[in-house]
Ligand binder design. Structure first.
Ligand SMILES: [Fe+2]
Ligand SMILES: [Fe+2]
Length: 134
């Protein structure tokens, strides 16, 4: 049973972003499921690597769109992406070092990590893309 699933609250109205956010949510869920099964597992490490790789890819796609439309908040959005990647990298290092993180703390951290950015930051890019020429 998935621990974290897509909901309409995450919809930005932009189909490319929403499609990629679906895939991001799936990867967050894979991390949560792995930790629920045992935190020292190779599956957790691989799920975190997948999440980081896909996050990087997705951020790159958004940043390319921001450049294309000369998005006014490009720098702030890019900084938020860099900070999110740093946070998940720090989490991975803590887990790799064997630090104890409860499944509930990890759930709260990752769900907030995804939701806050999509709702507060990506939604603004989606609105700007709607106004921009294709
Ligand atoms: Fe973003
Ligand atoms: Fe995004």
């Amino acid at each position: 049973m998935p621990l974290f699933i897509w909901t309409d609250a995450l919809a930005t109205g932009n189909s490319f972003m929403d499609d990629e956010h679906h895939l991001l949510v799936e990867r967050v869920d894979a991390v949560l499921e792995a930790i629920a099964k045992g935190r020292a597992s190779a599956a957790l490490s691989s799920a975190l690597n997948d999440l980081m790789d896909y996050t990087q890819e997705h951020f790159g796609h958004e940043e390319a769109q921001m450049l294309r439309i000369n998005f006014a908040d490009l720098e702030a959005h890019r900084e938020d992406h860099a900070s999110l990647l740093k946070q998940v990298d720090a989490l991975k290092q803590e887990l790799d070092a064997g630090h104890d993180i409860s499944a509930m703390d990890l759930y709260n951290f990752l769900v907030r990590w995804v939701k806050n950015h999509i709702v507060n930051v990506d939604s603004q890019l989606a609105a700007a893309l709607k106004e921009a020429p294709p």
